[in-house]
Design a protein around this ligand. Structure first.
Ligand SMILES: Nc1ncnc2c1ncn2[C@@H]1O[C@H](COP(=O)(O)OP(=O)(O)OP(=O)(O)O)[C@@H](O)[C@H]1O
Ligand SMILES: [Mg+2]
Length: 264
């Protein structure tokens, strides 16, 4: 469904600061795959997601989704197919607009003249139902500005917005890392629920080894812009955190396990 072939991305090409962020990524993702993506700081995880979403142009290689080659599509065109949720809860929503206005914008994503702020009555009812499912009481606050919400509420809303028009691909980049543990757990549970309900194809970057092993049906580890581990559901189910750490050690030595890598 997604086919990434020999994807190369450098930053500051030709200068002394040149960084080879993706050094030839080959990845085939099946429809409905939920892949957890791990790797140390600077491994290329966010760059891979950014290249998929079109935030960064690529040096060479191909990115296909279904029959379409979107290697050189601009970001806004890819947005009709790809949804993203970032680490920062402030990024996915528009603070001065109300909850229902944010949802209305998400509901029109990818359509021409799609960014008006108006909310139709039928849509309002749909939003109320969807918000109720989150179990956060947001269905009674449709007209509240999003800026009033907590980080966790905002991230839950962002997730809902990202999946409202079922995307072909959902990209999650450490989307629970900025939340307190309890809220992170709630947003994670919501993620699993929305991915399952909508049969989404998803890539989720995480530094949390337990999450990486527990969630999804496949796990990949990046290092130095390459995929150095790719395990499917059966193998993943057998793996322990120690096995992942062993793999980390084997490529970089003990200093490699960064303080951001959560082991629980
Ligand atoms: N916009 C950019 N300009 C220059 N260099 C960049 C840019 N984005 C990423 N890089 C570099 O590319 C490499 C890969 O970075 P990337 O952000 O993809 O890592 P990551 O695996 O997401 O790490 P982290 O776990 O810290 O988020 C790093 O060396 C980084 O410094
Ligand atoms: Mg990153």
């Amino acid at each position: 469904m997604i086919e990434i072939a020999d994807l190369v991305k450098t930053f500051h090409h030709g200068s002394v600061n040149e960084v080879l962020a993706l050094a030839g990524i080959d990845l085939k993702v099946k429809k409905g795959d939920f892949i957890t993506v791990i790797g140390s700081n600077g491994a290329g995880k966010s760059t891979l997601l950014n290249c998929l979403a079109g935030s960064y142009g690529i040096d060479s290689g191909h990115i296909r989704i279904g029959e379409q080659d979107l290697s050189h599509w601009p970001e806004h065109r890819r947005a009709a197919l790809i949804s993203r949720v970032f680490q920062d809860p402030l990024l996915g929503t528009c603070a001065p607009l109300s909850i229902e206005q944010n949802l209305a914008m998400a509901n029109r994503r990818g359509r021409i003249h799609g960014l008006g702020k108006g909310v139709r009555r039928a849509d309002r009812e749909l939003f109320r139902r969807q918000l109720k499912q989150l179990g956060l009481g947001l269905e009674d606050r449709l007209r509240d500005p999003v800026g009033l919400l907590s980080g966790g509420q905002r991230q839950a809303l962002t997730l809902l917005m990202a999946t409202l028009i079922r995307p072909q691909v959902l990209l999650l980049d450490e989307h629970t890392a900025a939340l307190d543990p309890k809220t992170a757990q709630q947003v994670l549970a919501l993620t699993v629920q929305l991915v399952a309900e909508n049969h989404l194809t998803a890539l989720m970057v995480t530094h949390n080894m337990r999450q990486a092993l527990q969630l999804g049906n496949r796990l990949i580890m990046l290092h130095g812009g390459r995929i150095i581990l790719d395990v499917g559901q059966a193998e993943k189910a057998e793996m322990r955190i120690e096995d992942l750490l062993q793999k980390f050690y084997s490529v970089r030595g003990e200093e490699f396990v960064s303080d951001r890598m959560m082991l629980v």
